[in-house]
Design a protein around this ligand. Sequence first.
Ligand SMILES: *Cc1c(COP(=O)(O)O)cnc(C)c1O
Length: 433
Amino acid sequence: MNLPGHLTVRDGHLYIGQHDCVALANEYGTPLYVTDEERLRSNFTRYDEALKKHYSDVQLLYAAKANGNLAILRIFSSMGAGADVFSSGELHMALLAGIPPEKILFNGSSKTKEDLALAVEKNVRVSLDSFDELRQLNEVAGEAKKVVEVSFRINPAIDVPTHPKIATGLATSKFGIPAGQIKDAYRAALECDNVEPVGMHCHIGSQILDVEPFTKTAEIMVKVAGEIKELGVKLDFIDIGGGLGIPYRHETEAAPSPDQYADAIMPVFLKGIQKLGIKPQLWVEPGRNLVGDTTVLLTRVNSVKTAHKKFVNVDAGFNLLIRPAMYDSYHEVIVANKADAEAECVYTVTGPICETGDILASDRNLPKVEDGDVIAVLDAGAYGYSMASQYNCRPRCPEVMVFGDRSGVMRRGESVIDILNTMKKLPWHESNK
Ligand SMILES: *Cc1c(COP(=O)(O)O)cnc(C)c1O
């Protein structure tokens, strides 16, 4: 199997960085998320440099929802990243990680007044998604006697080749202001006393493996920039979102590199802004591309059963990695303690959750699997832990970071007590035992 540089096979075991995955599973227990810090850093640098080769005024905003662990946010923060946050919680985390407010964009199609008030209090920019939100933000900012800088999320109405559940820029999507209303939105913002439109934002979807939709998006964004400029808006930034995919199928899938992505968008962007005589910052919001391949989910085999198929029953399911169940997504799996053994059988790897759809990997050629083996699910760094749940009253597992010869817990595992602690006995049940 083609492995990325930070994953190797040594003496029959799968390694992440300098660490034996089997030893990590034994030390920290399973299930376990393990992330390689060096890979995080090199992914960030690769993306940043690809764009800055073309234009120096580029700002990366890490999409915090891909993996919101504070340790990861701190690493990206120290490397100069901003953050795309989609909730008040993510905003708190980004600020805690030391990301300066001016590099944070508060996104979302359904914010509460409390969300807006927090954005105003923390002096971050807001990407607006409706006329109602514009009015509400103007009121909230007025009460605080502040002027908030905003962008609108523009719906570029383009078809993107990805799973329908993660295509966000379709004309029918819930996100963004439709083309016909964009000018009205900026006009309305210009009339507000406590809101100042300074940017444009869009995000067309996720796990996109073709650069063409990004080129089209850049074209649309600079075209709309021209219309907005005519209204008298001074554009400080144009944010073209994230969405660049990664190759989850290591043998057959190819993904454009950040360099190819940059080559596809930058000429269009630069030509467009030159024509308009403007010099906005270019903002991009990668999530998956920075963290996706940095992480493995280690899970131990509880039992192997021959039934309709050969099932490998492991201790992690869609409670910890919902992507296969939710998006039919594919993750490579490796038997970490038999990493160079010949494939012998076709197995389906299933989790412990009480749902038929709790399948991590279907019909894979693997070496002979036995109880006690450790299976590594690759490319689990994006939308893995961050989408995990406590379904079936299963505490979420720990997250470990490795860096050189060191390893450490960056989030402890939960216990049933953690789950119990949020529950309350109802007053009318007090007399019950
Ligand atoms: C999810 C999201 C991103 C990141 O998407 P990736 O596919 O992980 O790069 C960027 N911007 C916005 C607004 C998002 O919702």
